[in-house]
Design a protein around this ligand. Structure first.
Ligand code: FAD
Ligand code: UQ1
Length: 439
């Protein structure tokens, strides 16, 4: 009897068995916790789990050789950092005390606690953490993929493949319209589409070309930023720098041969306007990966993993959690948000593993260092209610050198050394200390 029980509940072994009927070389694995996606949120949470589980109890399913610290892409686009500063080998950042399967989830079957990979392997889990992030859909804008090849003035910070096109476009700029877009989908780091606009403005001033440029920010949103305190500050930045902002204006097509970008007025969909561009920075539409979107048991209408916004546990499967950009929790999708979420998920996962209810709650914390120039930054921090939740004991709606220093110099080592090792849960502790001392 005991032996049977042991067999049925022996989660601790990663077994690998080869199927003769499935794809050639496909295998069967099993584990206690499966983490799908070894990016920011997956890696940080796996690092925590790896301290309480045995190596063969934890599998991380991650297809990419490269791990990118994407928040640095804004600075790569501005020519301040390099792409290699933002990259490390996945094998060097994932926890050593875990099994890395270099493959992709192709099918989620939460009713049978399994995931099938692209290579045809089957992974059986007891607990699942979904951390696939958002994919960038460059191909959804006609003309965009073609326009991103070569020195065409079209560029994008949103992918390791294209981020180096931005600084080249800045350097090549002579005169005309420099246009920055924000798509009509949820995006990661909603501040990043305008950060590069401010960097461009500053760059053109430094090289004496600003008077030859018309800088335009065309956003699908009805606001410049979702939190009023920072939106007010950003409108002032735009006014002061002569940046033209068009709300509800969505890029729908690029004609690279004519250097034309076509935008739709989202409030009057029949109204389309063609802009000539010399430089065009595109933030592409984004979506969750198809394997996730296709699993309607796990996801909401928009394709995001349906979770309780406080506990981050799946609304349908008690053994499933989601972290970061692929989760339905209605916070701003940032690495800072994932940092705050990973401790909540770690605690709640441990609770459900012990058959206890999940009690840790996430308050929706997100932060967005709004780089407004080569040495200036407004550090926006806020919660689910879009109420500012600031770390420092001064009002953060000002452009500050110190916040730029935090973004450029302090955050990268904090990310690589603390967050990816499961040692950074966001700034809540620092905030409490600062406010205890100074308030
Ligand atoms: P990711 O870090 O994107 O990781 C997802 C992982 O899942 C990837 O490794 C991917 O390979 C893997 N994956 C995808 N599909 C599958 C699959 N089917 N099976 C298995 N694995 C899969 N955040 C900030 O906090 N501050 C900033 O200043 C900031 N600036 C940004 C600027 C730019 C230009 C960009 C692009 C992002 C920025 N962000 C910023 C956002 C931040 O990078 C993301 O919010 C964060 O990386 C989300 O973490 P994640 O784990 O959800 O997704
Ligand atoms: C943060 O915690 C974080 O996660 C690692 C970021 O992502 C890169 C950030 O950009 C910021 C600003 C924070 C918040 C940190 C502090 C110290 C306010």
């Amino acid at each position: 009897m005991n032996f049977m029980l042991h067999l049925n509940t022996n989660f601790s072994r990663v077994s690998k068995r080869y199927f003769s009927t499935a794809k050639l070389n496909s295998a069967k694995h099993s584990c206690k916790v499966l983490v799908v996606g070894g990016g920011t949120g997956g890696c940080a949470t796996a690092a925590k789990l790896s301290k309480v589980l045995k190596k063969n109890e934890l599998i991380i399913l991650e297809p990419s050789h490269n791990h990118y610290y994407q928040p640095l892409f804004t600075l790569v686009g501005g020519g301040i950092s390099t792409l290699s500063d933002a990259r490390k080998n996945t094998k060097d950042v994932l926890p050593k005390n875990a099994v890395w399967l270099q493959d992709k989830a192709a099918e989620f079957s939460p009713n049978s606690n399994s995931v099938v990979t692209e290579k045809g392997d089957v992974i059986q889990y007891d607990f699942l953490l979904v951390a696939t992030g958002l994919q960038t859909d460059y191909d959804k804008i006609p003309g965009l993929v073609e326009a991103l090849k070569g020195d065409t003035g079209v560029c994008s910070n949103y992918s390791d493949k294209y981020v180096e096109t931005t600084y080249k476009s800045l350097q090549n700029f002579k005169e005309g319209n420099a246009i920055f877009t924000y798509p009509n989908t949820p995006v990661k780091c909603p501040g990043a589409p305008q950060k590069i606009c401010y960097l461009t403005d500053h760059y053109l001033r430094k090289v004496g070309k600003r008077d030859k440029a018309n800088v335009i920010y065309n956003t699908s949103l009805a606001v410049i930023f979702g939190v009023k305190k920072y939106a007010d500050a950003l409108w002032k930045v735009c006014e002061g720098r002569n940046i033209n902002v068009n709300l509800r204006t969505n890029l729908i097509e690029i004609k690279p041969d004519k250097k034309e970008a076509i935008f739709q007025n989202l409030d009057k969909p029949h109204e389309v306007t063609t802009f000539q561009y010399s430089m065009l920075h595109v933030t592409p539409p984004m979506s969750t990966p198809p394997a996730l979107r296709e699993c309607r048991d796990l996801t909401n209408e928009a394709g995001f993993v349906d979770v309780d916004k406080l506990t981050l546990q799946s609304t349908k499967f008690a053994n499933v959690f989601a972290i970061g950009d692929c989760s339905s929790s209605p916070n701003s999708k940032t690495a800072a948000a994932a940092a705050a979420q990973c401790q909540v998920i770690f605690k709640n996962l441990q609770a459900v593993m012990e058959a206890k209810p999940p009690t840790a709650n996430y308050d929706g914390y997100a932060s967005c260092p709004l780089v407004t120039g080569y040495n200036k930054c407004i550090l926006a921090e806020f919660d689910y209610n879009l109420t500012p939740l600031e770390t420092f004991p001064f009002s953060q709606d000002k452009e500050m050198h110190s916040m730029y220093f935090l973004k450029k110099t302090l955050m990268p080592p904090l990310y690589w050394n603390l967050m990816l090792n499961g040692l950074w849960n966001g700034p809540a502790m620092v905030r409490n200390l600062m406010h205890f001392k100074f308030n």
